[in-house]
Design a binder for this molecule. Structure first.
Ligand SMILES: Cc1cc2nc3c(=O)[nH]c(=O)nc-3n(C[C@H](O)[C@H](O)[C@H](O)COP(=O)(O)OP(=O)(O)OC[C@H]3O[C@@H](n4cnc5c(N)ncnc54)[C@H](O)[C@@H]3O)c2cc1C
Length: 541
């Protein structure tokens, strides 16, 4: 069963090795376990519903609580410590596209606000319930989760949009295919959510991000159904799929999606390579990307992330042997920077690409330590988010920020972002543990993914104030550095103020007019993506 106030399945827990506890104590101080509010206390905060009766809608308070949030830090604070008290007035679980249409019609007739709800894994406030005089309906796609059809000769599959990652893959695997889309939230997130937020999976360098995998589909809007057929290519004007991608529930409800699938690869292998310095490591992966070697994933950790990950692994003896080995191979006194490189394909393709890649990595001092670390990472990759539960229980909050920039800006942007985070809690005299990696490496640049941990405060107000200081200074730093406000998490509520700096006034006007035209009453997920603007980062008027 899914945990109501944290991440994932309540049967799964992740322990923290003693050395990792020590590392955190050393870097940011002892965490203090704060008492969580109970499920009953949380349910008692849900007010009476303002919704009229409807056969597809439940007003059950627990459902309304569960559908009131995603996985952003403010969502966590609200669920664990109490605080923000806004809940949908009801939740609908349609089982057909027709029922979705009926619900949208009902919403128009009764002046309701609708928030499409996929897996609830948004980390940027996409599911935040707006403060509005109108009743709010959460429209869960949970029961729209079937494989509708397969065309293996065209390598296309049609799924209902509420299908979660594991169910989607299981249904494809029965036919010998895979989508190959593995965000770290894979266990809980849905196909519709991936499309609506422009998600990126860990093997996007091989399979493509969701924008490459999304071939078409049907979106129910307040003006009727928008259908995008899966043409292999088309020069017939602007591509309307691009309007659905990243629409974040503002345009309508994606009820089914046609996806490009691939045969299950024969071989999928991850190697670990250590570099003596960040400068050498980044030069190596930039060269690899430029040489167009067909890797499926490159994940390059900076020095502190390498230390943190090895400490979290908890295998002190193995890590100490590894350090000795790397010392002998002149990687340095410490372990340097860890780079995971994954290849996917036939055995021959995997070995061929590895043979092309390794000389490029060696040229910059890269030392391969084989496959054990990489395979362990692959095996546990969907377990890492469970650490958020463990850490919160110890009094530590975790969040991440991400961007993408061209190669000439990668190192500077990473440093700028880390510096902004490091200074953000000075007013509270609190420290932050910060580390970064490059996770999606392109020939023109890379994404940068920064994780930060800080201590949970005694009150929800103060924890939120700390997070707001961190998020604001980081987002401003990203914009000033010339990065996109999001490589993969989307805009939601939290990145809305910074969108104008990226799209410019004309771009914003196009978006505003399009959404206003499709939804003049702002019925679909209002407040997300567009409305708010941050004065410091607003583009020229
Ligand atoms: C631990 C963790 C790890 C993560 N790792 C990654 C990662 O590696 N890569 C990545 O890209 N993201 C990642 N995310 C972010 C998140 O998982 C993605 O944004 C995901 O795509 C959201 O999908 P969802 O089904 O949970 O959507 P939700 O969170 O339910 O909704 C997100 C938005 O999409 C809209 N929406 C959902 N379904 C539909 C639909 N059918 N029609 C119209 N609108 C819809 C909602 O209204 C909302 O605005 C991570 C999140 C967590 C908590």
């Amino acid at each position: 069963m899914q945990i109501w106030n944290g991440w994932g399945d309540e049967q799964i827990t992740m322990g923290l090795p003693p050395a990792a506890r020590e590392l955190l104590r050393e870097r940011i101080g002892e965490g203090e376990c704060r008492e969580d509010i109970s499920l009953q206390e949380a349910i008692d905060r849900v007010p009476d519903s303002r919704l009229p009766d409807h056969v597809l809608i439940t007003r059950d308070k627990k459902e309304r609580l569960v559908h009131s949030h995603g996985q952003s830090l403010p969502d966590w604070v609200s669920l664990r410590q109490g605080g923000r008290g806004r809940f949908p007035d009801g939740v609908a679980f349609p089982t057909t596209a027709q029922e979705v249409q009926d619900l949208l019609r009902f919403a128009a007739k009764r002046d309701l606000v609708i928030i499409p709800y996929g897996g609830g894994t948004s980390v940027v406030g996409h599911l935040d319930v707006p403060a509005t005089g109108r009743p709010v309906l959460s429209l869960s796609l949970e029961r729209l989760n079937r494989l509708i059809s397969m065309d293996s000769s065209s390598r296309l599959a049609v799924f209902e949009a509420g299908v979660r990652g594991p169910d989607l893959e299981a249904q494809l695997r029965a036919y010998g295919f895979t989508l190959g889309h593995y965000p770290q939230s894979f266990e809980c997130s849905t196909l519709g959510g991936w499309v609506a937020t422009r998600s990126s999976g860990q093997q996007s360098s091989h399979y493509g991000s969701i924008e490459a995998l999304f071939a078409g589909g049907e979106m129910v809007t307040l003006k009727g159904t928008l259908t995008c057929p899966p043409f292999p290519a088309s020069a017939a004007g602007p591509d309307l799929r691009q309007l659905i991608l990243g629409s974040e529930g503002r345009l309508g409800v994606l009820v089914n999606a046609i996806v490009r699938i691939s045969p299950i690869p024969q071989s999928d292998r991850v190697w670990a390579v250590f570099f003596p310095s960040w400068e050498q490591a980044i030069e190596a992966v930039r060269s690899l990307a430029g040489a167009r070697v067909a890797y499926a994933m490159i994940r390059l950790s900076n020095l502190l992330e390498t230390v943190t990950n090895l400490t979290l692994a908890g295998r002190e003896k193995t890590v100490s042997l590894l350090r000795k080995y790397l010392g002998l191979r002149h990687v340095g006194d410490a372990e340097g920077c860890l780079c995971l490189v994954e290849f996917v394909g036939s055995r021959r393709q995997v070995n061929g690409q590895r043979r092309l890649a390794f000389p490029i990595l060696r040229k910059q001092g890269g030392v391969s330590v084989g496959r054990a670390i990489g395979e362990a990472w692959k095996h546990h990759r969907f377990r890492a988010p469970y650490l958020r539960n463990t850490l919160w229980g110890m009094g530590y909050a975790v969040d991440t920020v991400e961007t993408a920039v061209t190669w000439n800006k990668v190192t500077q942007t990473m440093k700028t972002v880390e510096k902004a985070i490091a200074g953000a809690l000075a007013p509270w005299q609190e420290r932050v543990h910060i580390f970064s990696h490059l996770s999606h490496v392109y020939s023109t640049g890379s994404s940068i993914y920064t994780t930060f941990l800080f201590r949970v405060a005694a009150s929800p107000e103060e924890t939120l104030a700390r997070w707001t200081a961190l998020k604001t200074s980081t987002s401003r730093a990203i914009v000033r550095a010339g990065g996109t406000i999001s490589h993969q998490h989307g805009v939601g509520l939290d990145h809305g103020p910074y969108l104008g700096a990226e799209k410019g006034p004309v771009g914003m006007e196009i978006l505003r007019q399009t959404f206003a035209n499709m939804d003049p009453e702002q019925r679909m997920n209002p407040g997300k993506l567009l409305e708010r603007q941050d004065d410091e980062t607003r583009g020229p008027a």
